[in-house]
Design a protein around this ligand. Structure first.
Ligand code: G3I
Length: 348
């Protein structure tokens, strides 16, 4: 029994994998990835700062391993991500004198990057997160350097360039909090405007960084209904469910190793998840997957952001050194009750 087999008629099930996993140096997660999943996403290995650290220097050593791993295991391989405001070096937006580029120069740079990366993996990477996180929480466009320099059409240009480099690749817009009504409305408006101009956009990625309380199930349901109405695929691209308290903005980034009281408040389960919280996580996964299943006609993929609890970014965000339990496999790669719960869901 595996996730990929259980949901094979509904959607692909995948995981983000890190460099060690792509290099197959972790035996326990390697076994899980191969038995449980049929699609992978690179957690960091295809981001601009990793593969294109300097203007004339690409480094594909890790991304090549990632793609090789996916091909060797018959995975639907995702590329993440081409255009993002984060993990993109400052030089991308500057000329050799350190001045901001013109619109034309930045477009040329974007085109060259997309062409180089997408062409390299043409026919191998089947789906690309072309643009990541371009929206504010109210649904308006984020004021990134991409937008400041190029203008709002940086998004359609990115999709156009990606399509030219691999016309068979599926192209996605990916963002977090897309269950929030204002933000999902903004994403729908953006996607509609691309469609109206004939720009190829095949799907929307809802990242899925959730908690025990967010999103409300009706919000998630409404968002998936909204995106279905656009005639595109929806994907849950970065699923995890944090069980930890979310710190107020004032203490985000605090060094919890230095303050015992704060540590107890913000890292309440360092030695294991108490039964009540384990039950809550299990119930939460079950109800979230139940919503996914009601959208199986348009929801084509569910990807977890990490294989097991030990390698989740949630342990280090928004502060380092916490012990979170956001995934279906524990720190020893053993299945958790939440895994069993989603595997009991009836499927028609
Ligand atoms: O590799 C270096 C290591 O050499 C160094 O010693 C260490 C010290 O901090 O940092 C390591 O790099 C870290 C990297 O993860 C690998 O672990 C970076 O600092 C850290 O910033 C980076 O975080 C990644 C984050 O994106 C960056 O924004 C997370 O792993 C990754 O899970 C996360 O993924 C994003 C998605 O791409 C987009 N959606 C949100 C999601 C979660 O933030």
């Amino acid at each position: 029994k595996s996730l990929k087999a259980h949901f094979s008629k509904q959607f692909l099930v995948g995981s983000a994998i890190n460099a060690q996993q792509a290099k197959r140096t972790e035996q326990d997660t390697d076994a899980l990835i191969i038995t449980q999943f049929n699609t992978i996403t690179p957690e960091n290995e295809l981001k601009w700062e990793r593969i294109h650290p300097k203007p004339d220097a690409y480094d594909f050593s890790l991304s090549d391993e990632y793609v090789h791993y996916g091909l060797a295991n018959n995975m639907f391989i995702i590329g993440h991500t081409l255009v993002w405001h984060s993990q993109t070096p400052d030089w991308v937006f500057e000329n050799a004198q350190g001045e901001l580029l013109t619109r034309e120069a930045l477009l040329a740079r974007m085109k060259e990057h997309i062409h180089t990366v997408v062409s390299r993996y043409k026919g191998k990477i089947k789906g690309w997160d072309v643009v990541n996180e371009a929206l504010n929480e109210d649904g308006s466009l984020r004021d990134s350097k991409w937008r400041q320099i190029i203008g709002d059409d940086f998004i359609e240009k990115a999709f156009t360039y990606a399509h030219a480099a691999d016309p068979d690749a599926k192209l996605y817009y990916n963002d977090y909090n897309l269950y929030k009504p204002e933000k999902s409305a903004g994403a729908a408006k953006l996607i509609k405007s691309l469609q109206d101009k004939g720009i190829p956009v095949h799907g929307v990625g809802l990242q899925g960084h959730y908690s025990l309380t967010h999103p409300a199930l009706n919000e998630l349901d409404d968002a998936l209904t909204l995106f279905a109405s656009l005639g595109i695929e929806s994907m849950i691209t970065e699923l995890d469910v944090s069980v930890l308290p979310f710190p107020s903005e004032a203490i985000q980034g605090a060094d919890i190793s230095q303050d015992l009281a704060l540590n107890k408040a913000l890292n309440p389960y360092p030695d294991g998840l108490p039964e009540a919280q384990q039950d809550a996580l299990t119930a939460r996964y079950k109800e979230i997957f139940s919503v996914f299943l009601t959208h199986q006609d348009t929801l084509t993929r569910v990807t977890f952001w990490g294989v097991n609890d030990a390698n989740s970014w949630r342990n280090n965000w928004p502060m380092r050194g916490r012990t979170d339990y956001p995934l279906l496999f524990d720190r020893n790669s053993e299945i958790k009750p939440a895994y069993r719960a989603v595997m009991t869901l009836t499927i028609d």
